[in-house]
Design a protein around this ligand. Structure first.
Ligand SMILES: C[S@@+](CC[C@H](N)C(=O)[O-])C[C@H]1O[C@@H](n2cnc3c(N)ncnc32)[C@H](O)[C@@H]1O
Length: 277
């Protein structure tokens, strides 16, 4: 099965559970990521892989317009229903792959993506396509989980993620994101990295599709808890088990300068000790 089909199948089936999962609508995250994108009243925003449209609908009141694209039609149906219910007149949703966005070159001033890059077969292709839709001087901003930077931990968590959600492709490392942003010529690359704690029962529950998958997830969690190194990414939190994940916000500007100093400036990633609820 192709990756796009896996994603469609997974997210069409889990759309309702995804929409009501505590993490999807977390106001703190919506606010922090929208602030990170430095949204302005005249911005034309595009979210690639917008899912149930929480970010799109959240941004609508502070910008000129927001477009959201996602490959899973059930996710888009829920996004549209929420926008209709809130009578948002400046949002538009479309169904389709982010590898081929239905927009002309340079029509958006902010092109963003939240919590989706770990589903893409070819992240570079998606960044190129997002950049095509971004105007000169516009911003490209991505939020996603990133790896721990330890091969053993990363291999274990990738296995766990695929058992939870079969459409998980690969979690990138922070340096892979900064590398991609640099390669495509973005300038002013900056970012924030922090940790988040995912309640495991809710995390597994929002995605897992079958008893077999559930059993595989439980087996992997048991393995992780019984291992000195792997258990370091689990934590008891208010009497419940949480998975600690690293998250990155990364942004850059589509070059509107040929200043050698600006073009040569190194990415600046701040690591926050703070947790995000
Ligand atoms: C974890 S959800 C995140 C949704 C949304 N961005 C949010 O933060 O709530 C990932 C989304 O990426 C979408 N997706 C994954 N691969 C895609 C692709 N190649 N083209 C379009 N959408 C894709 C899925 O359908 C799903 O809705």
């Amino acid at each position: 099965m192709k990756q796009a089909e896996r994603v469609q199948r997974q997210f069409n089936q889990q759309a309702e559970r995804f929409a009501t999962w505590e993490v999807t609508g977390n106001e703190v995250n919506l606010q922090q990521f929208s602030r990170f994108c430095k949204l302005q009243a005249d911005d034309k925003v595009l979210e690639a892989a917008c899912g149930t449209g929480h970010m799109v609908n959240y941004c609508a009141s502070s910008v000129a317009s927001v477009d959201g694209v996602d490959i899973a039609e059930r996710m888009i149906a829920l996004a549209q229903a929420e926008a209709d219910q809130r009578q948002l007149g400046n949002v538009r949703f479309s169904v389709g792959p982010v590898e081929s966005l239905p927009f002309p070159d340079g029509g958006h001033s902010v092109v963003m993506s939240r919590a989706a890059f770990h589903h893409f077969a070819d992240p570079r292709q998606v960044i190129d396509e997002m950049l095509r839709c971004c105007c000169t001087g516009g911003r490209l901003c991505i939020q996603d989980i990133i790896g721990y930077g330890d091969p053993e931990l990363d291999a274990y968590v990738e296995e766990l993620e695929v058992a939870i959600d079969s459409s998980h492709a690969r979690t990138l490392l922070r340096d892979e994101f900064t590398g991609l942003f640099t390669e495509v010529g973005l300038v002013g690359i900056h970012g924030v990295e922090f940790q988040t704690r995912l309640d495991l029962i809710n995390y597994v529950g929002h995605a897992v599709q079958s008893d077999e998958m559930q059993a595989e997830v439980e087996k992997l969690i048991e393995k992780g808890l019984g291992d000195a190194k792997l258990s370091s990414i689990f934590e008891q939190h208010d009497g419940r088990l949480a998975l600690i994940r690293n998250v990155l916000f990364i942004g850059g500007r589509k070059a509107d300068t040929d200043s050698p100093a600006e073009l040569a400036r190194r990415p600046r990633i701040v690591r926050l000790k703070l947790d995000q609820p």
